[in-house]
Design a protein around this ligand. Sequence first.
Ligand SMILES: [Zn+2]
Length: 432
Amino acid sequence: MSSSLLIQNGTLVTMNAKEEVLNADLYIEDGKIKKILTKDQKESQRGTDLFEICPPTTVLDAKNCWVLPGFIQTHVHLCQTSFRNLAEDLELLDWLKEKIWPMEGAHTQASLFSSASLGIQELLLGGTTTVLDMGTVHHTDEIFKAAQKLGIRLFCGKAMMDAGEETPKSLKEDTHASLDETQRLIETWHGKENGRLSYALAPRFALSCSEKLLKACHDLSEKNGIMIHTHASENRSECQAIETQKGKKTIHYLEDMGLCTSRSCFAHCIWVDESEMEVLKKTNTRVSHCPSSNLKLGSGIARVPELLKEGICVTLGADGAPCNNTLNMFQEMRLAGLIQKPRVGVQALPAKEILKMATCYGAKALHMENAIGSIETGHQADLILIQKDALHQQPATDPYTTIVYASYASDVKDVLVNGKVCVRNRKLLFNE
Ligand SMILES: [Zn+2]
């Protein structure tokens, strides 16, 4: 039997190409947006009312709400949610070696499922409906199982680590074993749950991967049409180490390995020079900007306005809980805007552009722009309702400014993924 849902009385912030903001109802059938009806259209269709023909199973009242496409975070580590508040005041390489890698290496199936579940619940409650996750080396099935159960849209791959003197034993893999496990996970999970779960190859970063492994990732991406997700140019010491070992700057090295492609999303890209920026542009490589993490680990400030100006697709992510310490898209949007102002000027990154990074640019990064990231007929119903009548938002005149700079994750009232209500009245529904 087909399921249907009506979202009525809301203001749609569509994030479509025309940047329309509409007072309209949304009719959803079988997980997709079937009809967008403005007040005028509703008047003219009275009598032949769509809903008289096919009454919706569920009605959500969006009075005093903005209805938006769900947020898309293009860089998270669900495996690290349970390490929140446990790895403070360290720079990237020490933070990894002293805290994060030992904890990741100690994960059991049960602890990983629990960490991923905690992260996904926080993400959904804060309006994030899609994530690109870095996974961890072992037990990656558990992250997919948590997403399968809780309803978020997930792109994930096992983190691959087959090289590096500093890589701990608990995480270091044999190259073939890493590739075999990747192949098994692709076959098990890619495209599952009506396409809600996708595999994304996740070589961790240049220092922890052999050339053979990186080149194999390129081939697997081409063969299966799947994303590649890695870290690049996050920290100056990391970039120096890569230059010393490989004799090249990070992005040039990754290009040589075949990893700079339109199916790649690189987290951070802070220390990229003009020639590296040119490679990102030429190859259409996507970038995930993680402002909280970049500040917390003292990594630096990515040149986001410059990257966007070059036409590079820049998106947003919270990174992991221990370098943030939340998975809250509202904080990432706010910081993304604020940190550029003293550096390049107050007009460098307008709120509307930031909200695009959080929605339609995220969809483009994942090659999902024809399905999510904007409110359009035929798109998947990955939608969020944000309350706009809270005291701290008033006067809530411009939706872009109010959402980016004056709203909290707790203002998210309802969340749908694939037309299924995951959060209703600020409560998770997965148990019901
Ligand atoms: Zn990361």
